[in-house]
Design a protein around this ligand. Structure first.
Ligand code: AMP
Length: 382
């Protein structure tokens, strides 16, 4: 009986445990809070990720370890990797934790990125705004997620407010200034690399965010073959340079037909949730296969899928459950503003049927705004 250890006990760990059950796997989840939602399906070690006693107990009870949370301290991942196999490796994790290191690597690999500069001081911010131009975004280098730790700078005068909001963090988690990309679309490529170096990518996903949080994903994204090939080539270059094992997502902005890399997520990703019902093999199952050295599964899509995120609180499930291709995921979390508490996936064989299902669900849940951009993309056939 193989036990997979997961650092972080959120919905990603929970869906990983569900995907691992048919493989006969056991799980052990480590989290610093006792009510982490993966704990409803797997035993837990409760402790701080820096607590070596808790980490040692975790290591002694698992055969291999992985992450649901990318902000596990890099030193803890390193400490653990000296005792048990850890995938992805701590170096990949450390690079993905730091927006500056990540963007520097993208650039070294020839992956286009928005202009960026490291910011250490208030004067440095002014100089970088002058060099990069406005609009631009000041972000924390580490520990930001879902649009948190970001400040949009529209004119040079906003530098004062931006520094008031984030300046204190220059000395702790570090800051980076990025050019604002007036993108036409946001895309992501979710990929998996096995222990033997085999790489597979799912079809590209188109994503829509609201207030920095993912709201909807459509897959396969309607993109031409050359754009898909370029996203896949970027994913391959990254995975090979990091000797990455497991699933990761590369978030991309598309502007004038060119892809610019925003972020590497070193784990299963929200924009890959549609793969549970919309692909031959889900990202969760393939992540487990990769870290265990098992053959990877087919990543082909089955028809067309749209994932809708539920943020804050769960809506009424009935409109989704009524749909022939409707699938419901309630993470078992208590409601809280801005918190991802669940998602639904609608799947259909034809784009038109998916658009119709989205229309019915949007009306039934009074969430027409959430489904509208997806219906428009399907109608445009792009
Ligand atoms: P992030 O935390 O970097 O993934 O940012 C969350 C969301 O904010 C992205 O998915 C975009 O919608 C938006 N965003 C972040 N960085 C930029 C940028 N440089 N230009 C335009 N939009 C951005």
């Amino acid at each position: 009986m193989t036990t997979v250890g997961i650092l972080g006990g959120g919905q990603l760990a929970r869906m990983m445990a569900l995907a691992g059950a048919p493989l006969g796997l056991r799980f052990l989840v480590m989290d610093n809070v006792a009510d982490a939602c993966a704990g409803q399906f797997a035993p837990m070690v409760i402790g701080d990720y820096r607590d070596e006693t808790a980490l040692a107990e975790f290591a002694s009870r698992v055969d291999v370890a992985t992450f649901d949370f990318e902000n596990v301290p890099a030193e803890s991942a390193q400490w653990l990797s000296e005792r048990v196999s850890v995938f992805p490796n701590p170096r990949a994790l450390a690079i993905a934790q730091d927006r500056l290191a990540e963007k520097t690597l993208f650039r070294e690999l020839g992956i286009p990125v928005p202009e960026f500069a490291a910011i250490d001081t208030r004067e440095g911010l002014d100089a970088a705004i002058a060099a990069i131009g406005t609009p631009c975004i000041l972000k924390t280098r580490r520990l930001g997620y879902d649009g948190k730790g970001q400040f949009r700078i529209r004119t040079a005068d906003d530098a004062v407010a931006a520094w008031d909001a984030l300046g204190a963090q220059a000395a702790t988690v570090g800051l980076i200034l990025e050019a604002f990309v007036p993108f036409e679309r946001e895309l992501s490529v979710v990929a998996v690399r096995g222990r033997d170096g085999e790489l597979r990518t799912w079809p590209l996903t188109e994503n829509w965010h609201v207030d920095g949080v993912l709201s909807a994903s459509l897959a396969p994204a309607r993109v031409d073959a050359s754009l898909a090939a370029s996203a896949q080539a970027h994913a391959r270059a990254l995975a090979e340079s990091l000797d990455y094992v497991g699933v990761f997502a590369l978030e991309l902005f598309c502007r004038d037909g060119v892809l610019l890399a925003n972020e590497l997520a070193p784990r299963v990703h929200n924009s890959g949730h549609w793969t549970i019902e919309g692909a031959q093999t889900s990202q969760f199952q393939n992540h487990l296969r990769a870290v265990l050295g098992l053959p990877l599964g087919d990543t082909a899509a089955i028809g067309h899928a749209c994932m809708l995120n539920w943020v804050g609180s769960m809506p009424d499930p009935a409109p989704v459950l009524r749909e022939p291709g409707g699938h419901w995921h309630d993470y078992g979390k208590s409601p809280r503003d801005g918190r991802k508490v669940g998602h639904a996936t609608l799947r259909a064989d034809r784009p038109r049927d998916l658009a119709d299902a989205l229309g019915r669900v949007g009306a039934g849940l009074r969430r027409a705004d959430q489904v509208a951009p997806v219906i428009a993309a399907l109608a445009a056939g792009r």
